[in-house]
Structures are given as C-alpha cells and as structure tokens.
Ligand binder design. Structure first.
Ligand SMILES: [Zn+2]
Length: 309
C-alpha cells in the first residue's frame, strides 16, 4: 500500500489487496455478530453467512479466523469481548489463507500470536495483503497437537481440499470438529472457487475416523456426522453426473444446456438442498471442466493417502 493510499484510508482499517483509493465503506462497515456457546468452552460467532469459533482459555481467548472484512473483524473482536469480557484475545488460528476468512488479523488483534499451516502461511507471505498478518508459528505435515492456555486441540491437514493449507481443528475432549469452506449446508458454493476436486472427497472422509459429533462449518449452520457424510455424497454424485453429461455431448460452455441438464438429472435427488436453484448448474459446469482439463495445479491433482487419522 502506498503512503498516499494509507493517508486516504481510515486510521483503523486495512486495505487487503485493493488498489483503488480508500476508504472502502463496504469493507469498513460494522456488521452485527451473533454468538453463542456450542459445547464446553467453545463458542461460535457469525454475521449471518460466515461462521467461526472462539475458545475460552484459563487466562484468555483463542479465536479462529478473522471473519470477512476489516469492519467484520473489529465487530468479531467486540463480540468476543462481550462474551468473555475479562479475557484477552491472545491467539488467532488461521483455517486457510483466503482473505474473506483470515484477511484482517491487524483489525481483530494485531498483537496476537497466529498459528497456521505452513502451506497457508506461504501464500500469505507471497500475497503481502494489507491487514493479513503472517503466522508467528506454523506446523507442517498432517497433524499437530496443542495445549494452549489450558485448551487441548489438534490441527489437522487431511490433504488439499480448498485454498492452501486448509486445516480442521479437532477438540477431542468436546468431540467437536471445525473446518472452513469445505462441508457446508446445501450444494457447493458457486463454481467451487479454489476447490481441489480430485483430492477433496478422499481428504474430507479421513476426518470421519475421528471421534466427534458436532461439525462447525465456515458458513451457515452447525451440523453433525450425518450432515457431513450426506454433503460429501453430493460431491461424489456431481463427479459422476458431470462425466455422464460430457458423454452425452453436453457442452460445459453452453449455459442453457448445462442448466437444463442440471434440472433434468439432479433436481430429483438434490433439489431439496439449500441454494440448489442458485448454484447447482455452476457446480456441474465446474465438475465438467475438471474432467475435461484435468483440474488445476498440484493441489487439483494430488492423490490423497486415505489412511484414517
Ligand atoms: Zn476460502
């Protein structure tokens, strides 16, 4: 960010990777946050679309992610303060590197320690986004146990799923799993931006070997093992239907044909799902592109070792 840009931005805001002159009112806007206890010392917070968790320790708070914008990050910090007024937010854990989930630690708690997978941190350091602070501690590999401020949890990297270094947080004592931008209620989000479709389902299924019965996603509503498994089944079906559509001569660039094929072949089984009418045809189109192009990059072609955790 140039000095000139910094002068125009509001004193407490960060600009992400925007290059147009600020301040950007939509990024700075305050968002009302709802928060409620989930189980034991684990809380969840949401502004209606995005969701995250924060955890009460003995002396302070561990917050996961920073929520969507500078304004939301500040409101998230205020919500945590309201829920736990005597505890300081001392640690942030990043789920993955996307700015809409972890872009604004500088607005949430600039002095906090930050934990992330090294693959996530590598992207953050390359991106140099204003307000997205690099990790102060990273881990590599698949599994790292922490006992922090009296809170026991594990961070798990099951393989490439969405974004880079996207991890699940597992709380064995509370039998709770939290993971962002993977399993969510309903169909997949738009055209599956930055999803790695080949390894996605095998990587996600590995998490079923752990002992949990509450799944907190990064969007919308909390679910359970049944909801988690049913959601993965949707992805398996999409992969099959996409191949059938190609075999039947549907052109993924012919939007009318893809929409018609979606209605004829997926509505019966999946039409009840949240956002089916908005996104299912986009989901199918992306899966068709995957089979025609071979997916994208190393992450999209990774073969997951399905060994349970
Ligand atoms: Zn994401």
């Amino acid at each position: 960010m140039s000095d000139e840009h910094a002068d125009k931005a509001s004193a407490c805001d960060h600009c992400g990777i925007f290059t147009i002159p600020g301040p950007l009112a939509v990024q700075s806007a305050w968002r009302d946050i709802t928060f409620e206890p989930v189980r034991d010392n684990i809380w969840t917070a949401s502004e209606g679309i995005y969701r995250t968790i924060f955890v009460e320790g003995r002396r302070g708070v561990i917050a996961f992610d920073t929520l969507t914008t500078p304004g939301t990050a500040r409101a998230y910090g205020a919500a945590i303060q309201r829920a736990l007024p005597r505890k300081k937010l001392h640690t942030i854990v990043y789920s993955h590197e996307h700015l809409d989930h972890t872009g604004y630690a500088a607005d949430l708690a600039p002095d906090a320690d930050i934990l992330a997978h090294e693959l996530c941190d590598r992207v953050i350091r390359a991106r140099r986004s204003d307000g997205q602070l690099p990790a102060t501690e990273t881990f590599s590999g698949e599994r790292q146990a922490y006992e922090l401020d009296g809170v026991r949890f594990e961070l798990l990297y099951p393989g490439p799923t969405h974004g880079d270094g996207n991890i699940a947080a597992y709380f064995p004592d509370s039998k709770l799993l939290f993971m962002v931008d993977t399993v969510i209620p309903g169909v997949g989000y738009t055209f599956f931006p930055d999803w790695h479709l080949a390894p996605y389902v095998p990587a996600m299924r590995r998490l079923l070997s752990l002992d949990w019965d509450i799944f907190v996603p990064g969007h919308f509503w909390i679910t359970d093992r049944k909801g988690f498994e049913a959601n993965l089944q949707y992805y398996d079906d999409m992969a099959e239907v996409a191949q059938d559509a190609i075999a039947k001569g549907i052109d993924p660039h012919d939007w009318e044909a893809v929409t018609r094929y979606t209605q004829q072949n997926l509505d019966g089984r999946w039409g009840h799902l949240f956002r089916f009418d908005e996104y299912c045809a986009m989901n199918l189109s992306r899966y068709m592109q995957h089979f025609l192009t071979g997916g994208w990059g190393i992450e999209g072609n990774y073969h997951v070792d399905p060994t349970p955790f």
